[in-house]
Design a protein around this ligand. Structure first.
Ligand SMILES: Cc1cc2nc3c(=O)[nH]c(=O)nc-3n(C[C@H](O)[C@H](O)[C@H](O)COP(=O)(O)O)c2cc1C
Length: 272
């Protein structure tokens, strides 16, 4: 089967598909896009050839124009809207007890899974710890790791205030998952050199999507560290040795609203 077909009645011969293809495997032959030699093997199925075509003339074997959502101009953000969208995101550390409708989490993950990944490899695997009791149980493993750190690596533990976290936990305070009802993890194959970056970006997309669904999240650095370094937690998460955990995020319904957006440091930029 050909890598792509072109509807001659729709194609205007503008060559945008050829100019846009990151692998340079679309060539113009007498004004018509055709696959270059070996194109099938090289194609990363990013869909740029389909998405850039103004007339919808090009159909990849794996992707038709009708499979793509149309960009609605009326939904585009102005710079002020984009700034508010990005800057109004807050790390949420106070949650309502009520669990989140699973459909909302599915929706957030569905949208977040459109984040970029090297070679469009899309290596991110999502693990949703939906059950709040299970979240607590897993956080117990994080505490075990912290107790181990306090004993074996006291200097690092002190720097990270692990003693305070453990003392709080023993007192009934959860400063690991902040009593959020759910926890979402991102994994990728450790052998994929681009897996970690894809997970970080995917999780960032997730965090940015949550507020539009009435939800909020916060990176759970403690959980992530324990998932990297503490074998009992890896076992409890069913992580095999080929799989890396590259991010953890607590998720729930925020208890509070944040009417102000705090400033951050002026960016350190060099121009060359
Ligand atoms: C990789 C990473 C790990 C983090 N880990 C934690 C954490 O374990 N617990 C926590 O309460 N906040 C954690 N945070 C949230 C940061 O503290 C927060 O982003 C920062 O204070 C700025 O606040 P803002 O996100 O509301 O702008 C983490 C953030 C990142 C990016």
């Amino acid at each position: 089967m050909a890598l792509f077909t072109v509807d001659q009645a729709l194609c205007n011969g503008d060559g945008l598909c050829a100019a846009e293809c990151p692998m340079m495997i679309v060539q113009m032959t007498e004004g018509t896009p055709t696959p270059a030699r070996g194109a099938e093997k090289m194609c990363i199925h990013c869909g740029h050839c389909v998405s850039v075509c103004p007339t919808g003339a090009l159909t990849l074997a794996s992707l038709a124009p009708s499979d793509c959502l149309e960009v609605k101009k009326e939904l585009s953000l102005s710079p002020a809207q984009a700034e508010q969208f990005l800057r109004s995101r807050r790390s949420i550390r106070n949650y309502k007890k009520a669990p989140v409708d699973k459909a909302l989490l599915e929706e957030a993950i569905r949208v977040a899974s459109h984040a970029p990944s090297g070679h469009n490899i899309q290596p991110v695997r999502w693990q949703v710890i939906y059950d709040t009791d299970k979240v607590k149980e897993l956080c117990g493993h994080v505490i075990d790791w912290m107790r181990w750190m306090i004993k074996e690596q006291p200097e690092t533990a002190k720097k990270l205030h692990l003693d305070l976290v453990v003392a709080g936990w023993d007192f009934g305070m959860d400063t690991i998952n902040r009593n959020a009802p759910h926890l979402i993890l991102v994994h990728a194959d450790k052998r994929n050199p681009m897996g970690q970056a894809a997970c970080t970006i995917g999780m960032s997309y997730l965090e940015l999507m949550l507020p539009s669904l009435g939800l909020g999240g916060c990176w759970n650095g403690f959980f992530n560290a324990a998932a990297i370094f503490w074998p009992p937690l890896q076992k409890a998460l069913n992580l095999d040795e080929k799989t890396g955990n590259y991010g953890a995020m607590m998720v729930g319904h925020p208890k509070f609203a944040y009417p102000r957006m705090p400033p951050r440091n002026t960016p350190k930029v060099t121009w060359e």
